[in-house]
Design a protein around this ligand. Structure first.
Ligand code: NA7
Length: 543
């Protein structure tokens, strides 16, 4: 049961220096950091185990879209040397094993409260502490509250009429059951063709009797060329892992230093050079395509050349020209996150048991007990898979009762959008830090790089306060306003405002259309955060 005001029963609350929400990669590293600083810390985790997103998104085909050697912790040399990834792009089960390995290796579980969801957090002015309540009835009082609850952790289930009348089973990719699901012999519908849809569709197609894909926006899917991790490549990286991490941190995305962007404009390249560079990047795979020319994400004309290259690939893969046309995206490429494909997404539509229904013009009208109605037609289904994404960046925090100074509710404050300073803090909420969320470059990086950066920064900040006997730190309104303008101004220099994406909140009806993550690259962002700290936490008020 939610407790609306945790002040009522503070006598039985447990004291901690740091209360951390979430035991995914961010929460686990924050716990390690707190211990390094000699602070007491407790982690509240709603699930029954560690792993966060890699525990929840256990649908068949789930896999990371950044190479394993770059999507891993760098803070501990022994850890990064001992862990052996089996594939270039790790699968969800392997990522979950890695998360469990880290939890074991650093004995994290003793400070993690599983099956415990934070419901309320209230800033108590008198004690300068956060008073926190969980759905288990337990209470904590903590000096610092670190939200490591993930930017993509609240699944979006569209409000389809009749969804509750459906007779078959309904699955959401982000809330996949613990037990494996068997689709053999079933007529399955998948709604959604973002990264999750692109990964799950080939898997279901190979099992189900019939698969109907309901597509609102066609996806750009580039090959990952996944496979066993080459031992020679692994040995080369591990011979100087620290150097590799350092080179990656100088990249805009925090990864990919082995294939840096080509600093040539697509607009000045000859047709032969365009074709050669795009083909080269297609062969390498993954996000490298967007770096074939430096201006693909900055100039719509350059972007159109890359987009047309991928449409050409789709026409070459999909045998039925009419289906190829329907699968060909029209929006700018990379504007919605590029999908990295390990299972032959476009090839799947050559299978006789797979059909594609375009719901861009004629949306899904309703779900019936036996299927889905689009236009005048009912598609008969035995199971329905929602690959419909997340209420990204704000969904999780805005659903909690978090109250800062003078009872200010975060829900209220964030109604116009996630107002923040450096992506780390929000005015009116002292000693509250948000990890890898809105206002930071996390969405455009290997998120592990962003997580480590944020947590190192938070750790340094807490140590700085403690060294000076200071109790509280809070973003100033003017610094926050300036930062929000900076985030918008940076986005205006890119192609990111030309489509409807979760970056803009555009996937959730009624959500304010505001560009949430920071573009412009990780290095300048990290430099700005460092500069703020070096100037005695410029833009923050300390007490
Ligand atoms: P995404 O990328 O938000 O994709 C969700 C998909 O679901 C997308 O194709 C949506 O179409 C579709 N969708 C959402 N609502 C509807 C309705 N009402 N009707 C039809 N189709 C709908 O989520 P993912 O889980 O795939 O990936 C999220 C991130 O996780 C990804 O970017 C990676 O960072 C990892 P739309 O495009 O909005 O037209």
């Amino acid at each position: 049961m939610a407790i609306s005001d945790p002040r009522h029963e503070t006598d039985d609350s447990v004291l901690a220096d740091v209360l951390i929400v979430g035991a995914g990669f961010a929460g686990m590293y924050m716990l390690i950091k707190a211990r390094q600083l000699g602070l007491s810390a407790v982690v509240l985790e709603a699930a029954s185990g560690v792993g966060g997103t890699w525990r929840a998104n256990r649908y068949p085909g789930a896999r990371v879209d950044v190479q394993s050697l770059e999507y891993s912790y760098s803070f501990d040399e022994a850890l990064q040397q001992e862990w052996r990834w089996t594939e270039r792009y790790a699968s969800q089960p392997e990522l979950l094993r890695y998360a469990n390995h880290v939890a074991d290796r650093f004995s994290l579980r003793r400070d993690i409260r599983f099956d415990t969801r934070l419901t309320d957090a209230l800033w108590d002015e008198a004690s300068a502490r956060w008073l926190v309540a969980a759905d288990t009835g337990e209470r904590w009082s903590a000096r610092f509250l670190v939200m490591a609850s993930g930017p993509l952790s609240t699944p979006n289930t569209p409000n389809f009429e009749g969804l509750d009348t459906f007779r078959g089973k309904i699955f959401h990719t982000a809330k996949w059951p613990l037990e494996p699901v068997d689709f053999s012999g079933l007529r399955v519908g998948v709604i959604g063709t973002g990264s999750s849809g692109v990964q799950v569709i080939p898997q279901i197609a190979s099992q189900a009797r019939d698969l109907t894909v309901f597509q609102r926006t066609a996806a750009y899917a580039v090959p990952a060329h996944n496979g066993p991790l080459d031992p020679a490549f692994e040995a080369r990286i591990k011979a100087d892992y620290a150097g590799f991490r350092e080179r990656n941190r100088r990249m805009r995305t925090g990864f990919g230093s082995e294939t840096p962007p080509n600093m040539v404009s697509a607009l000045t390249a000859s047709p032969e050079e365009l074709a050669a560079r795009f083909e080269e990047r297609w062969r390498i795979g993954g996000f490298t395509l967007l770096g074939a020319f430096y201006d693909i994400m900055l100039d719509e004309r350059a972007n159109a050349l890359a987009a047309e290259f991928v449409r050409g690939k789709i026409r070459g893969i999909v045998r039925d020209p009419e289906i190829a046309e329907r699968l060909s995206p029209r929006q700018t490429i990379g504007c919605k996150r590029l999908c990295v494909d390990s299972a032959g997404y476009y090839e799947t539509f050559n299978r006789p048991n797979v059909s594609l229904v375009d719901v861009s013009e004629t949306p899904i009208e309703r779900i019936t007990p036996g299927g889905a109605v689009v236009g005048a037609r009912e598609y008969e289904l035995d199971a329905l898979v929602l690959a419909t994404g997340f209420d990204a960046m704000t969904g999780t925090l805005a659903r909690l009762n978090i109250r800062g100074r003078k009872g200010l509710s975060l829900q209220e404050k964030w109604r116009p959008g996630p107002l923040n300073y450096l992506g780390l803090a929000t005015a009116g909420f002292p000693n509250l830090f948000n990890v890898a969320g809105a206002g930071s470059t996390s969405a455009f990086t290997s998120v592990l790089v962003s997580i480590e950066h944020h947590i190192d920064w938070i750790g340094d900040c807490i140590a700085w306060l403690n060294a000076r006997g200071l109790g509280a730190i809070e973003a100033k309104e003017e610094a926050e306003a300036e930062w929000m303008e900076h985030v918008q101004a940076m986005a205006r220099q890119t192609v990111f405002l030309t489509c409807n994406s979760w970056y803009l909140g555009a996937n959730i009806p009624g959500k304010p259309r505001l560009f949430m993550p920071l573009t412009g690259g990780y290095p300048p962002y990290a430099a700005r955060c460092a500069e703020v700290a070096a100037k005695g936490y410029e833009g923050f008020r300390v007490a």
